[in-house]
Design a protein around this ligand. Structure first.
Ligand code: CS2
Length: 500
């Protein structure tokens, strides 16, 4: 089968969308760090719509992989073209799928192979935006406080090697030093990761790194570069071999790495750009003065519920989110968690109907065509829990409100960390703090009571901050974990029903 390529675009079946702008005339105005499936199914697609809607050809994208070469190896023979497949179920339950070939990814650089090329690209006169989807752990920060860990080994390395960095702060700061030295314009650093106040957090991290390089550089960045907060939302499961085969079959050409997503998409971005921006409203983005209320809504409702579903679902033996949602007790629990414990902590927002948002979310989670793996969501819990569940816990405690369901979700994480589910199947704990967590868990196991066990574990400050010394939190998690261990996920869900 021929490969997806500019030369084969004309042969694609009608009904498959494809680039309609002058691809050969695109400039690379955007450098995107972390060119994984999420970027390709969200930011790049919104950017594609902006290119279709306007004649502004400044906004092509050069992607950067900070670790592996696999995306570059798959996409370079396709000249950067790839397919987005938006999947959901028709009324009769059968899967349906809309295909679009996306064209604004001009090249993919592999940072470890050639860090100089990445620095040069960010320091290029055409570059106006550096956008980021590097996942939570790519920030090398303390998840509980958001501060850069200046002692993290890769950060120490990057401070000592300005010509060959490895991390986002290293690339961004050393390239900005080059821009400043060359008299080039500043740029916008746009975090699209699921972090609280992602722009402000990124700014703090970049400035802390820059300060350690040169105080003058720090001040230049602080004065001239912008770091908009943004909220991104689209469920993007990992592409499987079956997806590849099915999509290539439908296209009639081989796409080595298509991406899968749900039809739903939201992107709310603070309109604070140092050096211009595309009109992403054409692709459904909204520009606002303050994105933080939207971020809080999304992180707590979508991601908080998702993580709860992932830990409890995976432990109960459900491999995918839709299967977990098909378990009535789990679905009812997730609904009640959002309605009773999360939603009341959210600020009122004009035009937002929280009930409709929750109902829509339950439908999104139940999408059977996504096959979203619970284990994919369960990974990196240490980096995710603070903004997804623990901030909500803090707000509830401060208001003197119950936290039983949130505590069951947190206990679900502890239970998941044992590495074995209720069917006896084992799973690997994928987490940058996996060894520290395993050690904590083992030491906690020696405690004489459940209360002491949980107190010891939640004394792990990088994740829990001061919450580990909050007796109401420890007691609620201990209660939930006790029921989980004695009666399993189904028993714990039954016990969490108010009338149980
Ligand atoms: C998920 C998110 O993997 C995860 O942790 O919760 O990737 C989630 O699918 C997206 O944030 C939805 O916008």
């Amino acid at each position: 089968m021929a490969r997806l390529h500019p030369d084969t675009l004309a042969h694609l079946p009608a009904g498959v969308e494809r680039p309609r702008y002058r691809r050969d005339a695109l400039q690379a105005g955007i450098v995107h760090l972390g060119v994984g499936a999420f970027h390709r199914a969200h930011i790049a697609v919104v950017n594609e719509a902006a290119l279709h809607a306007s004649a502004d050809l400044r906004w092509g994208t050069v992607g950067v992989s900070l670790r592996a070469a696999d995306t570059r190896d798959a996409l370079r023979p396709q000249a950067g073209l790839y397919t987005l497949a938006l999947r959901d179920a028709a009324d009769d339950g059968s899967p349906r799928e809309a295909l679009q070939v996306v064209g604004n990814l001009l090249d993919v650089l592999v940072a470890p192979e050639n860090p100089q090329a990445v620095l040069a690209r960010i320091a290029h006169a055409d570059t106006r935006i550096v956008s980021l989807t590097i996942t939570e752990k790519g920030y090398h920060h303390d998840p509980a406080t958001g501060a850069l860990r200046l002692d993290a080994p890769d950060i120490v390395h990057d401070l000592a090697h300005p010509g060959a960095p490895r991390t986002m702060p290293g690339f961004v700061v050393h390239a900005l030093a080059l821009r400043r030295a060359r008299g080039l314009a500043p740029l916008t650093v746009l975090s699209c990761d699921n972090l609280p106040a992602n722009g402000d957090t990124t700014r703090g991290i970049v400035l802390a790194f820059a300060h350690a390089v040169d105080a003058g550089l720090r001040d230049w960045i602080a004065a001239h570069c912008t770091f908009p907060n943004s909220m991104v939302d689209r469920i993007v499961p990992r592409t499987t071999d079956a997806d590849r085969a099915r999509i290539s079959e439908r296209l009639g050409v081989d796409d080595a790495w298509p991406v899968i997503g749900e039809p739903f998409l939201e992107w709310v971005v603070e309109d604070s750009f140092a050096n211009g921006r595309p009109d992403w409203t054409a692709g459904g983005a909204r520009f606002v003065a303050h994105a933080q209320p939207y971020e809080k809504l999304k992180l707590r409702m979508v991601n908080g519920a998702h993580s709860a579903l992932a830990y409890l679902g995976a432990t109960a033996g459900f491999r995918t989110v839709d299967r977990a949602m098909a378990e009535p007790a789990l679905r009812a629990f997730i609904d009640a968690l959002m309605r009773e414990e999360i939603a009341p902590t959210l600020p009122a927002m004009e035009g937002l109907d929280l009930d409709a948002y929750r109902t829509r979310l339950l439908q999104r989670f139940a999408n059977p065509a996504l096959q979203h793996q619970t284990k994919q969501i369960a990974m990196d819990g240490s980096q995710k829990l603070p903004q997804r569940l623990l901030g909500t816990v803090r707000d509830r405690l401060a208001a003197g409100r119950p936290i039983d369901r949130l505590a069951l979700a947190v206990a679900g994480w502890l239970h998941y960390l044992r590495g074995v589910d209720e069917t006896g199947a084992t799973h690997e704990i994928q987490d940058p703090l996996a060894s520290a967590l395993a050690q904590r868990l083992a030491q906690a196991g020696a405690a004489s009571s459940m209360q002491d066990r949980v107190a010891f574990f939640t004394g792990f400050a990088p994740v829990f901050g001061e919450l580990g010394s909050e007796p109401r939190f420890v007691a609620a998690v201990a209660r939930a974990l006790g029921v989980l261990e004695a009666h399993g996920v189904r028993g714990a869900l039954a016990a969490s029903e108010p009338n149980a």
